[in-house]
Design a binder for this molecule. Structure first.
Ligand SMILES: [Zn+2]
Ligand SMILES: [Zn+2]
Length: 195
């Protein structure tokens, strides 16, 4: 589906609640209030709208934090990549860090966009739509969708599998995601041989 990147909203233009987290001493935005703001701006012709931020999030005073928040029905979501950066956990930044952040960020956006298409957590196979409760679980989950979830996305968007895999190959190649590239090459071979 065509994706439109909207202009960045500066911090001081955002009229929602925030706090400094007592333990991390980092700023957090109120994710639920950002969702309400997005709902007001959701264009009628768009399937969904996703906001991303490098600031940590919390959905209410009794909460510690959330990685993100999305609504299965109202087609809006907000996600923070703050906790995907090693620096957040006082771990060193290495030459691998940009690739790690990209992998985590892209994986979570695929996962959450899946929810915005009404798909629930996958219990069938190793799949991008498996539920993940912490970073290690998320790192272990694959980029790709299992056959069940792929079929659900296909039902919603009616893509051509080969065209989709070719586009993914270009993305994986460009960003040196070698494991994902090898996996996708296998799929392309299987589909091509089946024709
Ligand atoms: Zn999920
Ligand atoms: Zn699945």
């Amino acid at each position: 589906m065509p994706v439109e990147i909207l202009p960045t909203i500066p911090d001081d233009a955002l009229q929602v609640g925030s706090r400094i987290h007592p333990a991390t001493k980092q700023k957090q935005w109120r994710s639920d209030q950002i969702l309400s703001t997005l709902l007001n701006q959701l264009p009628e012709d768009s399937y969904c709208m996703v906001a991303i931020t490098m600031t940590d999030l919390y959905p209410g005073d009794s909460w510690n934090f959330v990685f993100g928040q999305a609504s299965l029905r109202s087609r809006v979501g907000i996600f923070s990549f703050a906790r995907y950066h090693p620096a957040f956990h006082s771990e060193p930044t290495t030459p691998e860090t940009p690739n790690l952040i990209l992998r985590r960020a892209a994986k979570v956006l695929v996962h959450e966009t899946g929810h915005l298409f009404g798909i629930r957590h996958c219990i069938y196979h190793e799949c991008n739509l498996n539920g993940a409760n912490h970073l290690q679980e998320m790192d272990a989950s694959p980029f790709h969708l299992c056959p069940v979830c792929l079929r659900k996305i296909h039902h919603a968007t009616r893509f051509d599998p080969l065209t989709r895999y070719s586009a993914l190959k270009t993305f994986y190649q460009k960003h040196k995601l070698t494991h994902e590239l090898a996996w996708t090459n296998q799929r392309v071979l299987k589909i091509s041989n089946a024709k």
